[in-house]
Ligand binder design. Structure first.
Ligand code: F3S
Length: 436
């Protein structure tokens, strides 16, 4: 979080102001328009000054030449579990100054279901703090969407446009699958960009930083059968560890079968096990379509076999115990994924003894309600949980220890963030483990 680097940012600002005032012009700083200078110097109030100072510091640190206008923002740092008291104070301070976002801005998952938090047993004090955080974002005009899949609920930038998104899986999706441009923003820098309407132009905003660093030959083919997403989580988990914050270029044998839910799972795991913010899939993602000469011949090559996938499956499974919570929906479920759960329940006439959370956005749930999916899941003993997920909710304080998931990202995060033992597998596999 940027809160930890407050001191670094202050030093950078003093350095900038000092260097400009003594005319050290050999030191290169980001160019600001007259209007931006006014914001930066506090002529439009303290809140805009704070936001602009943050953006200018980042721009100077990373060598941006200028700010670019953004078409949307996506803000993280919403759960009280992740931002704590210091984050809440920062948000209150900003909201009380009356500042508002200037571009469409959506919000990452919160620490609880904003409607059913009492019924689901969220701790009272936690719920109170969480609602205060939500109130701050509401005051600032941020859409209380509380989802990590804003691209399924209306925040869909056009190809090539600049945005400032923060949630790492959404960053990977918007850069790779949509072809818009963002860096991996922190919660505060995405919020500052949303308020100012601009972001520093460096990193993934520039053509020269969007070319692949590694070629990944994928030799397994089971994904071609259609539904499987969990192999994409495993693939992302393996490749993220190798390329770290590089840009992998995937070559699949049957790329035409790949679905957006699989790309969603792949990007989330790549971002969680490494620091990947952009990947390409040959003939699938928009910057890797036929005829786009982005691949250099001398790149490092990686081959992923079925054996590698099996090994990673063993690594991510940390317990053979029964799950006390099954979580599906990391990143948040699409309607198709919810239907997969419904189909399983219908075919197996399933009833669950473990708790089951199907995590999604309020938008997707409203369609699931209409389709009768919610009723089927809840009659089987599960819940469609909105606005949150198993990682940012305080599940460790709610008594959950063994957590089953079909998500590579969740399997990577759960042990550290929630002190959970992980049971990892395909949707039908983990649902079976929780049946009566
Ligand atoms: Fe989303 Fe939570 Fe996973 S925010 S990507 S469901 S860890």
């Amino acid at each position: 979080m940027v809160y930890l680097s407050d001191i670094f940012i202050k030093i950078q600002l003093i350095y900038r102001k000092l260097s400009l005032s003594i005319q050290l012009y050999m030191v290169k700083f980001m160019y600001l328009t007259k209007e931006e200078e006014k914001m930066y110097n506090g002529e439009y109030g303290e809140a805009l000054e704070t936001c602009m100072n943050l953006l200018v510091s980042l721009g100077d640190i990373y060598g941006a030449e200028k700010l670019v206008p953004i078409s949307s923002a996506q803000v993280s740092g919403v759960s009280y579990k992740t931002i704590g008291e210091k984050g809440l104070e920062f948000l209150k301070d900003l909201a009380e100054k009356g500042v508002k976002v200037s571009v469409p801005t959506t919000l990452n998952p919160a620490g609880m279901d904003l409607v059913r938090y009492k019924e689901l047993g969220f701790p009272e004090e936690f719920s109170k703090k969480q609602l205060e955080i939500i109130e701050c974002f509401k005051k600032m005009g941020v859409e209380i969407s509380c989802t990590c899949t804003p691209y399924l609920t209306g925040n869909v930038p056009v190809f090539g446009s600049h945005v400032a998104w923060a949630e790492s899986s959404a960053v990977c999706y918007v850069n790779s699958v949509i072809g818009a441009r963002t860096n991996r923003e922190g919660g505060p820098s995405a919020l500052a960009a949303a308020i100012v309407g601009k972001t520093p132009c460096y990193g993934y905003h520039l053509d020269e930083n969007r070319s692949p660093t590694h070629i990944v030959e994928v030799e397994f083919e089971t994904y071609a059968k259609g539904k499987t997403k969990f192999e994409f989580g495993l693939l992302g988990s393996i490749v993220g560890k190798i390329v770290k914050n590089g840009i992998p270029y995937f070559k699949f044998k049957k790329a035409e079968h790949i679905k957006t839910d699989q790309l969603k799972a792949l990007g989330a795991a790549l971002a969680a096990s490494g620091g990947v913010a952009l990947y390409h899939v040959e003939d699938v993602t928009p910057e890797a379509k036929k005829g786009m000469p982005i691949v250099q011949e001398n790149l490092e090559r990686i081959t992923i076999t079925e054996e590698d996938i099996k090994n990673e499956y063993e690594i991510l499974n940390s317990t053979t115990g029964a799950p006390d919570l099954i979580c599906i929906g990391c990143p948040h479920c699409s309607l198709d994924e919810i239907k997969e759960v419904v189909d399983f329940i219908t075919e197996q006439n399933a009833k669950f003894k473990s708790d089951l959370w199907v995590c999604t956005s309020i938008h997707i749930k409203s369609i699931a309600d209409r389709m009768g999916y919610t009723e089927i899941i809840e009659n089987a003993g599960g819940k469609i949980v909105t606005d949150t997920c198993m990682v940012v909710a305080p599940i460790e304080d709610m008594g959950y220890k063994n957590v089953a998931t079909n998500s590579g990202k969740a399997a990577i995060y759960l042990p550290n963030f929630c002190k959970s033992n992980v049971i990892y597998g395909e949707i039908s596999e983990i649902l079976k483990k929780g049946m009566q």
